[in-house]
Design a protein around this ligand. Structure first.
Ligand code: SAM
Length: 275
């Protein structure tokens, strides 16, 4: 079991870097996850691991620590209400003759993208819609704090259970089925995968690297790990990156109730910046 002072050290380090709030009762989870790093580094104890993190060269290990601590669970077309809303409400609104955005490139940001399933689901949807709208331009950005998970996102190879909610005709159109050692896996076809720009980004870190605002930002199933002041700061920063009338999608288990923001709730887990 992890010693109290080691737990407090890890907890503070993780919070200061990522704002992930481990709380006071996650000792078991943290011990289990750090166990992976002890084995990889051949270290005898969590105390030895904390000593490594305290050394000047410990900075390199910090991103591995965040990697093992953060939860990356995701799958294609998770929380389908957001994809329905995107298809049936947001895109028609932004491309209607009356829209001030009609001629601008439609931009979507998957801000805690994990291994890419969320942003590739959006890519599939926009590609399908785009096929029926000649000349319509769209761009996708995807970011995450974990370099390991971003590598997986760029590889774009997924097990069968991850693509379970993708309609069979879309699997056929947008995925290559693995053979031999890749049997049972599905790879997003490069034409589609190349439409996404992945970047390493800490949502609570330095200024965001985008020069153009977004019509939609997905920030799903990450706010749950942050405390209220951090959620408030994050929603403020994301709101500043929306076009007037743009949308923020949060996870259905995450609510903005109780935090100050200037967005209007239009549906559960969907918020809009007033135009
Ligand atoms: C559970 S996944 C959510 C994936 C996807 N958005 C979904 O809803 O299925 C949470 C992701 O948030 C990332 N994350 C945690 N803290 C972060 C931070 N401060 N900045 C950016 N990403 C962060 C984690 O690395 C992880 O990949």
């Amino acid at each position: 079991m992890i010693k109290r002072e080691d737990y407090e050290f890890i907890r503070t380090l993780v919070y200061d870097y990522s704002r992930i709030n481990l709380g006071s009762d996650k000792q078991e989870l943290v011990s289990a996850r750090i166990g992976k790093r002890l084995r990889a580094l051949n270290l005898p104890s969590i105390t030895a691991y904390c000593d490594l993190l305290r050394r000047p060269d410990g900075d390199d290990e910090l991103s591995n620590l965040i990697d093992v601590i953060s939860t990356n669970h995701t799958f294609f077309f998770r929380e389908p209400a957001h994809f329905d809303f995107l298809e049936n409400h947001v895109v028609p609104e932004c491309t209607s003759d009356k829209s001030v955005h009609k001629r601008s490139t439609f931009r979507v940001w998957s801000s805690a993208s994990s291994s890419g399933e969320e942003v590739y689901s959006i890519a599939i949807l926009l590609s399908e819609i785009g096929a029926a709208k000649r000349g319509w331009q769209w761009q996708l950005e995807a970011t995450d704090i974990s370099t390991r998970i971003l590598k997986r996102a760029r590889e774009a190879i997924y097990p069968e259970e991850s693509v379970g909610k993708v309609r069979p005709e879309l699997i056929k159109k947008y995925f290559q089925k693995g053979v031999g050692p890749q049997d049972g896996n599905y790879r997003v076809k490069p034409d589609l995968a190349n439409r996404v720009t992945f970047r390493h980004l800490n949502l609570l870190g330095a200024a965001y690297p985008f020069s153009e605002p977004f019509h939609v930002i997905f920030c799903r199933n990450v706010m749950i790990y942050f405390d209220r002041p951090t959620q408030e700061e994050l929603v403020r920063r994301l709101s500043e990156r929306l076009v007037p009338g743009g949308y923020l999608m949060v996870g259905h288990s995450e609510s903005l109730t109780g935090i100050h923001h200037r967005l209007k709730m239009v549906k559960p887990a969907i918020y809009q910046l007033p135009a």
